[in-house]
Design a protein around this ligand. Sequence first.
Ligand SMILES: [Zn+2]
Length: 411
Amino acid sequence: MEKQKIMINGERLKNTVEAFADFGRTKNNGVTRLALSDEDIKVRKHFRSLCEELGMMVTWDDMGNMYATLEGIANDQPPVVIGSHLDSVEKGGRFDGVLGVLTGLEVVRTMVENGIKPQVPVVVANITNEEGARFEPSLMASGVISGRFNKSNMLKSTDKNGITFGEALRKSGYEGKEENRLKEASAFLELHIEQGPVLETESLQIGVVDCVVGMVCYELEVTGDSDHAGTTPMPLRKDALFAANNLISEIRQNMDKLDERLVYTIGRMNVSPNIHTVIPNKVVFSLEARHQDAETIKQVEEIIQTLHESSGKEKCKVKATKLWDRDTVWFDEKLVYSLERSAKTLGYPYKPMVSGAGHDAQFIATYIPSAMIFVPSVNGKSHAEDELTSWEDCEKGVNVILQTVLDLTTN
Ligand SMILES: [Zn+2]
């Protein structure tokens, strides 16, 4: 006989998400809860007390990451961890990050109320300063505990009022011991809102994430000549902005010939001297591209590296400088499979997908088997007050995580 499936309590999940949104709720029903702000400190306390009510032990490490542990049968075994972040951007939404932490809480609540004692401990984690909205960079604390970022540099990161991350951490009361860091686990599972339109467009409820895509970022500098905008005839000009315009069209044409899953963006552009009576002599712009396959990223770089001179009349010099790159992070195959199987067992329409955005799980994946699922974002919105995921979709997502945690921790 098939076991009766244990499901989470959707109503309780909804109420908890709304209660957490009260910490920093904005006029337009969004949330501002910057890392280690008063709101963040208060929400941490609230999170802690809810976990302790369930009999969990709550600790935090030297980056302020919080870990609430539900004991298992064999407590010397590596735990299963469910986590995300409670911080938000300025005027962000009620779901980004917090939904992943509350997924963990709801999973534990469901296990406790059903009298399930897991084989190994189950940990719910709140990772500090994922957003990097107050203290740069983003993914700060997961970067430190995975050895990607240098801790002392991070402690010096300053907010706009000149307060360092280190000072804010100390003052918050959440500066714990390094030995409390997440060191070992059999799984790190993160549920996150998609922050894009794909699931909604395809009427799917779950995205099982295979990887966080790699990216490359260049800066292009186009150099022309500044002259008077009224006295210089058109054929005698070296207008760097018209040149940049041609260059951008060329980039677009060439990039569009590559894989259709490639995304690329010119997000920043500076025009000098930026005066309406002067022909621009310099244009500097960023060009970033993202794709899961290293080969495609290589093709992007080849295109960029052939750009030495702009086409068209202007013939301005072009200089391309690589700013940085990041390799694709593939999630643990077994965990990805186990999340897919959970979605299938529960009868929820899902698809494998990639993450174009960065998440803590991508750093943690470098030393702990990790995987993620996405739930749909209405209109693809995030980092905005009208960010929304339907309560039904939240509930389904958490059920997928619960099912997977039960598979991993019970017989
Ligand atoms: Zn997030």
